[in-house]
Design a binder for this molecule. Structure first.
Ligand code: SR1
Ligand code: MG
Length: 409
């Protein structure tokens, strides 16, 4: 039989623009009966790395096309492998297996154009923006603790057959994205080595004293950095902040796992807690007492539900005989909780003084209030890092936040 080969504009990688996206969608998703007369697209990306297009028509069909550029949106000087789109697509498929219904569906992914088509979740709101409107989400702690226990414990050596786990380690290693975390999160907030930090000027002296000159803190953070680089504990999301979560009152969806890699579980849990603290900062600056109380409650429940569900699932799912030895589960969980506090601290610091900040804080227009909550983040983060072994329950975080809030005045 004669082989027929079709030439396509999308046989070789190039950075697609809006005008290419419709043609691309029609080619990649022929199974959808698109209404070509009304099909349109809009770039809706809000992150630091990729381009995100919504494509829709007048007959109710829609899809999200996510496309990786060779340089990053946050800085055209930063270049990161476009393989991150494959990693993200495969991880979302895997997470859907471990935490069904908690991530967008992937319809296709394309390693030539480094793009994927995924479920349009337009009826959801990005959690960071919803929190900045001081909306509350009663199911959030329950949902996110389930997501973390399921995706983290189930991909660890406690549960997975070890050779299969090592295959996942191999598939999802992304050295350049790891390097961003290693430098941007776990080093630069403490030494501004590349002079890329964004320090709010009224706090410049405070940052110099509390972050740049504290050698005890530097040693603690160096240990967290080495643990991140060397402890292939679980397939974590790697960027689990409120800009990677969509919410509706009754549902939570996690997306954007391109930083996913094998690293300590506490990195994800710490990120969630720190980002709820940024929401709290915003509520505090705007005098939203009820919202602030909800943030503290969500932090408390997220930690406590994680611990409760983790222990239960560990008992149900552990397959590794040595993980069943008496005392192992408690030792392992305490280590995760130490890491949780430590990485909560580094996330608090890097989003406050590092290169990639969060709108919850930067959108605070009252300078005095912004300076205050930024000092809260810095002091609370230090407490989490330096006293990590004392953070065992949700209440420990709530107390630390209240203490830092007073000390930061
Ligand atoms: C250079 S990328 C900066 C940050 O954006 C991503 O969302 C990650 O959080 C990364 O650290
Ligand atoms: Mg992201």
């Amino acid at each position: 039989m004669k082989e027929v080969s079709y030439m396509s504009k999308f046989d070789h990688y190039f950075l697609m623009k809006a005008q290419d996206i419709i043609e691309y969608t029609l080619e990649k998703m022929p199974e959808i009966p698109w209404d070509q007369a009304s099909i349109q697209t809009k770039e809706i990306g809000d992150g630091n790395l990729n381009y995100v297009y919504r494509v829709w028509d007048g007959k109710g069909h829609s899809v999200i096309i996510k496309h990786a550029g060779e340089s990053l949106r946050i800085s055209d000087q930063m270049h990161v492998s476009v393989d991150r789109n494959r990693i993200e697509s495969e991880i979302l498929q895997l997470e859907d297996k471990y935490a069904p219904g908690m991530v967008p569906k992937i319809y296709f992914y394309d390693t030539v154009m480094s793009a994927c088509g995924m479920e349009d979740l337009s009826e959801y709101q990005l959690m960071r923006y919803a929190l900045m409107e001081h909306k509350t989400f009663p199911k959030f702690a329950d949902d996110i603790s389930t997501f973390m226990v399921n995706t983290l414990l189930m991909t660890s050596d406690v549960v997975m057959e070890h050779k299969a786990k090592k295959d996942l380690v191999k598939s999802f290693i992304s050295p350049e994205l790891c390097e961003i975390t290693e430098d941007l999160v776990l080093m630069e907030p403490y030494n501004d080595i590349k002079h890329e930090n964004n320090v709010f000027p009224p706090n410049a002296e405070f940052v110099k004293k509390e972050l740049y000159s504290d050698e005890v803190l530097h040693l603690a953070v160096s240990k967290l950095k080495f643990k991140f680089m060397t402890n292939a504990q679980a397939l974590m999301h790697g960027d689990l902040h409120t800009g990677s979560i969509f919410v509706k009152p009754d549902s939570t969806k996690v997306f954007d796992p391109e930083f996913a890699t094998y690293a300590p579980m506490g990195y994800d849990i710490g990120n969630v807690i720190a980002n709820l603290i940024f929401a709290y900062d915003n509520g505090l600056a705007h005098g939203k007492d009820e919202f602030c109380a909800w943030c503290l409650d969500a932090i408390e429940k997220t930690v406590d539900l994680f611990v409760e569900k983790f222990q239960k699932k560990f008992d149900q799912e552990a397959t590794e005989p040595m993980a069943k030895v008496k005392g192992f589960k408690e030792w392992y969980l305490n280590d995760i909780l130490d890491d949780t506090a430590g990485y909560c601290g580094t996330e608090l610091h890097r989003r406050t003084v590092g290169m990639a900040n969060v709108k919850d804080v930067t959108a605070i227009t009252d300078e005095g209030k912004r300076a205050w909550v930024e000092r809260l983040n810095i002091l609370c983060g230090k407490d989490c890092i330096l006293n990590a072994v004392k953070f065992r329950t949700g209440k420990d975080y709530v107390e630390a936040i209240r203490k830092a809030q007073e000390a930061a005045k």
